[in-house]
Design a protein around this ligand. Structure first.
Ligand code: SF4
Length: 83
């Protein structure tokens, strides 16, 4: 997969990974293993199949040291927080 932004929307949840920012820390995978994975280049990707609960997805996004994961619910941006 190329190092672009990956955007996946499912039901009320939209996840974006700003892949050029990813530094392969993999904490997102630890927090939400059913939602995030690393590709062959060790860059985060959004997985197919059943995702984790929204709380876990947000926790995963919050764990990312470079703010490479954005989470939206019903169009509202949950993370990163808008100031
Ligand atoms: S936590 Fe952030 S930097 Fe680490 S793999 Fe996930 S998206 Fe990449």
């Amino acid at each position: 997969m190329s190092k672009d932004i990956q955007i996946v929307k499912r039901d009320d949840i939209e996840i974006r990974i700003i892949r050029p920012l990813c530094i392969s820390a993999a904490t997102c995978v630890v927090f939400a293993e059913n939602t995030f994975d690393l590709d062959e280049d060790n860059i985060a990707i959004i997985k197919e199949g059943q995702w984790d609960r929204l709380e876990k997805i947000v926790a995963a996004a919050q764990s990312c040291p470079v703010l490479a994961i954005e989470v939206f619910h019903k169009g509202e941006q949950l993370w990163p927080k808008k100031s």
